[in-house]
Design a protein around this ligand. Structure first.
Ligand SMILES: NC(=O)c1ccc[n+]([C@@H]2O[C@H](COP(=O)([O-])OP(=O)(O)OC[C@H]3O[C@@H](n4cnc5c(N)ncnc54)[C@H](OP(=O)(O)O)[C@@H]3O)[C@@H](O)[C@H]2O)c1
Length: 324
């Protein structure tokens, strides 16, 4: 079978596509014929050995997928060959067949195709966990999303609306903001031209924002933190800008606010039942058309380098997907 392989750590150009043997599932695992594999920003980090997960070489990138069960390992119940499923693999899904622990697999509702479903678990799973389990966001609260047109960002815009929040999308260009508006954002801030802190305050009549969703970090963290409301929650999602901000803790004191770390990959392992329920809810919302889960572009496996470069160049509007 064909697999995209990282054989030496480096940029996307170092990836190769090779034929390798079809893997067999062990106890508690299942093999899935990959219908679609979604890429994420962290795939650009994991292939460069700059991510918190450091797989042994060679490995395939690709954390999430949708496809058809092709073999069920010993001890796995509730699944049969031919079932349509989505799964979180961590890495390894950019190939024709992948083996995944059964606990990381969730059934796919009818009416949701593989391309749309492949990218729902990491971005929407992270975001739903962040908004519901970490921030306990309530309907009627204000949610500001940084990097709002990216993978996790657009998931926050859409899930924020489904959960009843007023959503302020923040991004670096009019085109990106227009994309956010089309996905439901109520208000827009171009933080490459406008003062993030002043605009967040203006848009909340000086009160500040209840929940900040930050997958970007860098220079946006400080002004966003200063624009939170009393009892606000600041969700630390990631550092796409590269720098890990250092925050003045007196702001947390003065605002009676919480700075909430979000680590979805670990949450899935330590709280698997809540994670599975979250994922089932997300897939149901997608099947009902309540979240659009936009796919920007799809590529065949042998154009995986090009696909990852779209993400590395900061051009992705929603998901970048590989179709084996
Ligand atoms: N905590 C968790 O469990 C978890 C789970 C999934 C992902 N993440 C993290 O979330 C972050 C975003 O992931 P994603 O898949 O949404 O990425 P993405 O689709 O590439 O979006 C990232 C956004 O960040 C902004 N950005 C600002 N500076 C950037 C830079 N130098 N390079 C690239 N983007 C930059 C861009 O928006 P603007 O141009 O509008 O600023 C871009 O749209 C990553 O750090 C990832 O590791 C964390």
């Amino acid at each position: 079978m064909k697999a995209v392989l990282c054989k030496t750590f480096g940029p996307p150009d170092a990836l190769v596509v090779e034929d390798i043997p079809v893997p067999r599932p062990g106890k508690g695992e299942m093999r899935i014929r990959v219908g679609a594999c979604a890429l994420n920003f962290f795939d650009t980090l994991i292939i460069a050995n700059r991510y918190q997960y450091k797989p042994d070489l060679p490995f395939s990138p690709g954390a999430e997928l949708a496809g058809t069960v092709s073999e069920v390992g010993e001890g796995v119940e509730g699944y049969a060959v031919g079932d349509r499923v989505a799964a979180y693999a961590g890495w390894g899904a950019a190939r024709e067949e992948v083996v995944v622990p059964a606990g990381r697999v969730v059934p796919l509702p009818d009416g949701l195709d593989f391309e749309a479903a492949a990218g729902l678990l990491v971005t929407y799973g992270t975001t739903y966990h962040a908004l519901k389990d970490r921030a306990a966001m309530q309907a009627g609260e204000t949610l500001a999303v940084l990097g709002a047109s990216g993978g996790v960002g657009i998931a926050a815009v859409e899930l924020g609306k489904v959960m009843g929040a007023r959503v302020i999308a923040c991004a670096s260009s009019p085109e990106k903001l227009d994309f956010c508006r089309r996905h439901g954002a109520d208000a827009l801030i171009d933080y490459s031209r406008e003062s993030l802190k002043d605009r967040l305050k203006d848009l909340t009549d000086g009160r500040g924002v209840d929940v900040i969703y930050d997958p970007v970090g860098g220079d946006y963290c400080d002004p966003a933190l200063r624009a939170t409301a009393w009892k606000g929650r600041y969700l630390v999602i990631g550092f796409a800008a590269g720098d890990i901000p250092k925050v003045p803790l007196n702001l947390a004191l003065l605002k009676g606010m919480c700075i909430c770390g979000v680590f979805w990959g670990h949450f899935v392992d330590v709280e698997p039942e809540i994670a599975r329920a979250n994922h089932a809810q997300i897939l149901a919302w997608a099947a009902e058309g309540r979240i659009a889960a936009p796919v920007d572009r799809s590529f065949p496996l042998d154009r995986a380098v090009e696909a990852l470069k779209v993400i590395a160049r900061r051009e992705a509007r929603g998901k970048i997907v590989l179709i084996p």
